[in-house]
Design a protein around this ligand. Structure first.
Ligand SMILES: Cc1cc2nc3c(=O)[nH]c(=O)nc-3n(C[C@H](O)[C@H](O)[C@H](O)COP(=O)(O)OP(=O)(O)OC[C@H]3O[C@@H](n4cnc5c(N)ncnc54)[C@H](O)[C@@H]3O)c2cc1C
Length: 281
């Protein structure tokens, strides 16, 4: 993919960006450990989101050897087939992941720290009615242990009220305790929702700042998959290209009239743009 981008004239820089200033165009940004100010006419923010971990004892050792933070991504792998699995979390994601895992595991135990589920009523009802699922309320996860192949085989579960502990058989443990979108860089500069995800105009990559686009998990709390991220990255690239082309047009021929400019910039224009900088066209 890298080679293909380079073949089409992209210059790639591998840097951590420590600061951006989106208050005026061209936008400014600075790399880590470097005070040099760089500028950009358009920016695509695609910094991703990380799944929260619980740092249980044994987590490092069995991460990706039984422990995962994505049932949809990892649930179908052979080590989980017809095996007892555990999900930690009490929200909609936990309920969805647990029900998804019933297709593969022999049984799914859901550990819920509180005495109730946070999931919507419908999801909670479906989860509790599923014969392949046991929900253990007031229960938290403890140490994860494994077999001689280095795969997870057991974990401790602890009653949060009585403190009673039990070592249960579990060949898979899936965290469903939320994600943290990597939005520190644009905090206070772009609109984000209550969970910190960048808000984009539905069906587009447009943010509230003209010329700044967002793609991938940093703006998607629903699907969070490689293919959906790649798709939204493509949308953002096309929209950024269109934005820059229109800026260049304006420089040459003067500004568009008010309505045209508004539509072009805010993603309302459904006309397929012409990508003049694409070397194939
Ligand atoms: C364990 C696991 C397994 C998965 N398996 C699958 C799977 O099988 N199939 C599937 O479709 N999806 C899977 N996913 C989901 C998939 O990985 C994500 O949906 C996808 O990677 C999101 O792409 P993204 O580009 O938005 O973010 P990321 O892939 O997270 O990329 C963000 C990038 O931005 C960089 N970055 C962040 N901040 C800065 C900064 N300040 N400066 C410079 N760079 C920065 C990061 O270093 C990173 O390289 C899995 C996820 C996990 C956690």
């Amino acid at each position: 993919m890298r080679k293909q981008s380079e073949r089409f004239g992209t210059t790639l820089h591998t840097e951590t960006i420590q600061k951006v200033d989106l208050s005026s165009r061209p936008f400014k940004f600075w790399a880590e450990f470097d005070d040099t100010e760089h500028t950009a006419d358009a920016l695509i923010i695609a910094t991703g989101a990380s799944a929260r971990r619980l740092n249980l004892p044994g987590e490092e050792k069995y991460w990706q050897n039984g422990i995962s933070a994505c049932a949809v991504c990892d649930g179908a792998v052979p080590i989980f087939r017809n095996k007892p699995l555990v999900v930690i979390g009490g929200g909609d994601s936990a309920a969805e992941e647990a029900m998804f895992l019933t297709k593969y595991g022999s049984h799914v135990t859901v550990l819920v720290r509180k005495d109730h589920l946070r999931a919507s009523k419908t999801m909670a009802r479906r989860l509790l009615a599923n014969k392949k699922v046991t929900v253990r309320f007031n229960t938290v996860g403890g140490e994860v242990t494994g077999d001689d192949k280095g795969l997870m085989s057991h974990m401790v579960v602890k009653n949060a009220v009585t403190g009673e502990e039990e070592n249960i058989e579990a060949n898979g443990l899936f965290y469903a305790v939320g994600h943290d979108p990597a939005t520190a860089l644009v905090k206070g500069q772009l609109d984000t929702d209550a969970e910190g995800y960048i808000v984009t105009k539905p069906g587009t990559s447009y943010t509230n700042v003209e010329g700044v686009f967002a793609a991938g998990d940093v703006q998607d709390k629903r699907y969070r998959q490689a293919i959906t991220s790649a798709g939204s990255g493509c949308m953002a690239a096309l929209e950024a290209e269109k934005f820059i082309s229109e800026m260049e047009d304006e420089r040459e021929t003067g500004p568009l009239d008010g309505t045209e400019a508004d539509q072009a910039r805010k993603g309302d224009n459904t006309v397929v743009p012409e990508y003049r900088t694409n070397p194939l066209l």
